[in-house]
Ligand binder design. Structure first.
Ligand SMILES: Cc1cn([C@H]2C[C@H](O)[C@@H](COP(=O)(O)OP(=O)(O)O[C@H]3O[C@H](C)C(=O)[C@H](O)[C@H]3O)O2)c(=O)[nH]c1=O
Length: 189
């Protein structure tokens, strides 16, 4: 397992080992005990799986508010996507900053998105499937969105396309400056 830090505290890139043979490969995509040995102690309760047919489909940026805030461990099951985590912890030295990583079925990379961060992705291949683990259950009343094209955030999705494919919710999501602040930075670097 390779674990890489990012410029955002707690947002990690994980690359599980793959054991190849003449049939293909085997990989443990999540191992609670091994992750705890690396100081990553998360209790996942829900797995999500979505298919996005078109290149340039954006889902996000989303988060759930307390008491149902979610940390997520994201990977790509088929195709390719660019996954983004955005710091929305008020008082954080990296508030409003984002990091992104290309996750593909081929590279097997995973992005760990802690509580206090919004999450979104854009597809970079047709029929891309994302699978991710969540530390709390879906709570529609706590479901929130931030505009993928907020000019202050300046997220470079890395897909040159005339128009992205978005849900109505995402097409009308508020700017970061207009959301209700619900996460506070805990002061640890
Ligand atoms: C998130 C979720 C949705 N749903 C139902 C609600 C809707 O009827 C349908 C589609 O929901 P939504 O349009 O919110 O799906 P996405 O746009 O893929 O949302 C997700 O996209 C970004 C990338 C995320 O990180 C979140 O997990 C989540 O917000 O699935 C459920 O039944 N359970 C769930 O956990």
């Amino acid at each position: 397992m390779k674990i890489e830090t990012t410029k955002l505290d707690g947002v990690l890139l994980l690359t599980p080992d793959r054991f190849g043979d003449s049939r293909g490969f085997f990989s443990e995509s999540w191992n609670k005990r091994r992750m705890a040995e690396h100081g990553i102690d998360l209790e996942f309760v829900q797995d999500n799986h979505s298919l996005s047919s078109k290149v340039g489909t954006i889902r996000g940026l989303h988060y759930q508010t307390p008491p149902h805030a979610q940390a997520k461990l994201v990977r790509c099951g088929r195709g390719a996507l660019f996954d983004v985590a955005l710091d929305i912890r008020v008082g954080s030295p990296t508030f409003g900053q984002w990091v992104g990583a290309e996750l593909t079925a081929e590279n097997g990379r995973q992005l760990l998105v802690p509580v206090g961060f919004a999450h979104g992705f854009v597809t970079r291949a047709p029929d891309t499937e994302i699978v991710y683990k969540c530390t709390d259950y879906f709570a529609p009343d706590c479901d929130r969105a931030i505009a993928h094209n907020d000019p202050v955030l300046g997220i470079d999705w890395g897909v040159s396309i005339a128009s992205f494919t978005l849900s109505d919710k995402d097409a009308s999501a508020p700017l970061l400056a207009d959301i209700e602040p619900v996460f506070a930075w805990d002061g640890r670097q």
